[in-house]
Design a protein around this ligand. Structure first.
Ligand code: GDP
Length: 388
């Protein structure tokens, strides 16, 4: 499936950068074009794979290239003011080749949090292609303002996109890692999951043809129109000699029993759906699902794919589960599970509750501090000062 990517803010830009890198390294070719939008010049300069011609600095007259400092109202305002600049770059893209737009942003900050819903709204009006969002939730220890930003952005963003895929930094924090190296491995994980999912249906150059192809329409139908999604992933290395070497030597791999291949796929789909999801949730509360198996064609057992799909149907309790394969030359087999329209998500409920508390605290503080300043500067006794 072909995508046009738009990263907004620092996290949005870095994740788009990681996706472009993945696309190039694996030669998947699912990204038609990629754009990074920011109010901070320094963040754009840090990008390695999004070309300068695809970087748009907005809000220059207001914030002089220094960013909006986690003020997402300001992020939304400057994006709305300068949206024409972003749209003219989008206009320059080969949109006729694109199956969908994907807008990526960290929801806890300022530019991405405020700007992503504004861009989604504009693109939704201008183009017939679906507009999806990839929203990154802040970790809990980032504090109240980030939580409040994320909760407010989430409720707007989800209404402006055709589907919002969420990634929760909290669920992916690894203790002992620095924040930066942590983000790097997290961004690689995001790129791998989205790469296998959206890469399905695109060629890997090997000429292999999938038996039960996952094409763009299956992904679009699974994402549906509206709601929140999460993605699971699991992979296993194949225990066999490298295929390239074998074919060069004129040998052939011992054909594996179909039962083994089938068991491998069913175990992979279990691990993908019950393991760490991009957004942890109860998988029983899912409206639609899709499972994609990627790997060498000879191990993508047809019965395994069907069994895996049926297992996910049982586990989620929904009949709308699609499945298919994605043949790629690799020594690994992977399963990607897309769960769409998830509604039993404790993390989102918790985020909202903490945000409401943070909002109440901030308003109370604001009121009391203005009274406190009046008290502090109040005339003492009968003497009064004349203002300058
Ligand atoms: P903005 O530039 O104003 O949009 O804000 P940022 O994108 O810097 O930050 C928003 C949130 O995104 C932060 O609170 C972090 O939770 C998260 N974040 C920042 N950088 C990264 C990154 O590289 N990867 C991931 N997964 N999350 C990030």
């Amino acid at each position: 499936m072909k995508l046009a990517l738009i990263g907004v803010g620092q996290a949005g830009g870095k994740v788009v950068d990681a996706l472009v890198q993945y696309d190039r390294l694996t030669q998947t070719d699912f990204i038609v074009d990629a754009l990074a939008v920011n109010t901070a010049r320094a963040d754009l300069m840090g990008l390695k794979h999004v070309p300068k011609s695809r970087q748009v600095l907005i809000g220059l007259s207001r914030v002089k290239g220094h960013g909006v400092g986690a003020d997402n109202d300001l992020g939304a305002e400057v994006t709305a003011e300068d949206v024409g600049e972003v749209l003219s770059v989008v206009d320059d893209m080969a949109v006729h080749e694109v199956d969908a737009f994907l807008i990526v942003a960290g929801l806890g900050g300022g530019t991405g949090s405020g700007g992503a819903p504004v861009l989604a709204h504009e693109l939704g009006h201008l183009y017939t292609e679906p507009v999806y969002g990839l929203g990154i939730l802040p970790a809990k220890d980032e504090g109240g303002i980030y939580t409040l930003n994320a909760a407010r952005s989430l409720q707007t963003f989800v209404r402006e996109v055709d589907n919002l895929i969420l990634f929760d930094n909290e669920a992916w924090r690894n203790s002992g890692e620095s924040v930066e190296s942590g983000y790097e491995s997290i961004n690689t994980e995001i790129a791998r999951r989205l790469g296998v999912l959206f890469g399905a249906g695109e060629t890997d150059g090997s000429g292999a043809i999938a038996e039960s192809v996952v094409d763009a329409s299956e992904i679009i139908n699974t994402l549906g129109s509206g709601g929140i999604s999460t993605i699971g992933y699991a992979s296993v290395e194949l225990d066999r000699p490298k295929r390239g070497l074998l074919s060069r030597l004129g040998g052939s791999a011992a054909t594996e029993d179909d039962g083994d291949a089938m068991n491998r796929l069913t175990s992979l789909v279990r691990r993908a759906a019950l393991g760490r999801l991009t957004l942890p949730c109860e998988i029983g509360g899912t409206e639609r699902g899709l499972v994609v198996f990627a790997g060498p064609q000879d191990v993508l057992s047809r019965r395994g794919i069907e069994r895996g799909r049926a297992w996910l149907e049982d586990e989620t309790g929904t009949m709308e589960i699609r499945g298919g394969d994605y043949p790629v030359e690799s020594n690994f087999v992977a399963a990607v599970v897309l769960l769409s329209g998830v509604y039993d998500v404790p993390r989102v409920k918790e985020l909202q509750a903490v945000a409401i508390e943070a909002q109440r605290d901030m308003l109370a503080k604001r009121e009391s501090s203005s009274t406190a300043l009046d008290d502090l500067l109040a005339d003492s006794g009968s003497d009064s000062l004349e203002s300058l």
